[in-house]
Write a protein that binds this ligand. Structure first.
Ligand code: SF4
Length: 286
């Protein structure tokens, strides 16, 4: 386990917590993923050796009652989890030590562990970038289709587990259409989501290379847009006006559907768009 490190980014509002990655790398292979910029062979996930023993030792050292995010450099329910099933003993350990657990995934495999999650202090974030199955297959080729993720939102919510849906990232010219975004938000809220997070794709050289190779028809437009933007803490940002307009419209969509549903942006610098007592990591749902 490691202390969460936003690499000094002042636009991250998350307070202290730990992060824990049972796997190195991730099999969801999202074109926009940032882990390929710092993990070798990142789309070939490997279970970390002696992971349960290591976690047990870490928790003995750290004691009771912290907060941990699973996971920010992999998906804890990456397809390999079907084979190894380490999330169940991991969740049991966190429950034993009374930790708050923020689970972030785009897999409906999480439904397998509902019996455990509903019995502990946990909130779940499920990423749904589009309802368009064709687009999702190209954008997130190793992840379950959006319909199965929505089904997971529904099942988790039905079991009393607080769920946040991340419309994240919104990639210019791919899933930034307002009707498309509205459809995702409406489906998420009607499936029980209590919180929506949105952010615009932040470019790394390798991820933008994958995107322009997979989506040749938008390659010139997206490159031009990011050329008009700026670099901030290691990422390429699209221009502020573009980002603000989209994110503000997502906020309006959310609040028009249900003003009780929380809303946050993630590392965008538009703090006026954030609900004051909510956080993009969903810790307010613990
Ligand atoms: S699920 Fe997350 S960690 Fe896995 S490939 Fe996609 S963006 Fe990367």
């Amino acid at each position: 386990m490691r202390p969460f490190d936003p690499w000094g980014n002042p636009w991250c509002r998350c307070s202290d917590k730990y992060t824990f990655n049972p796997y190195t790398g991730c099999g969801h292979k999202c074109q926009y993923c940032y882990i390929t910029s710092y993990i070798k062979d990142a789309f070939n996930p490997r279970l970390k050796p002696r992971i349960i023993r290591q976690l047990t030792m870490d928790l003995r050292d750290l004691g009771r009652g912290g907060i941990v995010a699973l996971s920010y450099s992999s998906d804890p329910y990456t397809p390999l989890e079907q084979k190894y099933g380490v999330m169940r003993p991991i969740l049991k350990l966190f429950r034993e030590y009374d930790w708050g657990v923020l689970i972030a995934t785009k897999s409906n495999l999480i439904v397998r562990d509902i019996d455990l999650i509903r019995d502990m202090n946990a909130a779940v974030s499920i990423t749904i970038t589009t309802l368009d199955r064709w687009l999702a297959t190209k954008l997130e080729p190793g992840a379950p289709p959006p319909s199965e993720r929505l089904d997971a939102v529904n099942k988790l919510s039905q079991n009393g587990i607080n769920v946040s849906v991340r419309v994240d990232p919104i990639v210019p010219y791919l899933n930034d259409d307002p009707v498309m975004i509205r459809n995702v938000v409406e489906a998420a809220i009607s499936s029980g989501a209590k919180h929506i997070v949105a952010s615009i794709y932040k470019a790394k050289p390798d991820s933008i290379r994958r995107i322009i190779s997979e989506f040749e028809d938008i390659s010139i437009k997206i490159l031009n847009l990011y050329r008009q933007g700026f670099r901030f803490y290691g990422y390429g940002y699209a221009p502020s006006q573009y980002r603000y307009n989209i994110l503000n419209s997502v906020r309006e969509i959310v609040k028009n559907i249900d003003s009780n549903v929380g809303f946050n942006v993630c590392r965008e610098g538009f703090f006026n768009l954030d609900d004051p007592h909510a956080y993009c990591d969903a810790r307010h749902l613990l």
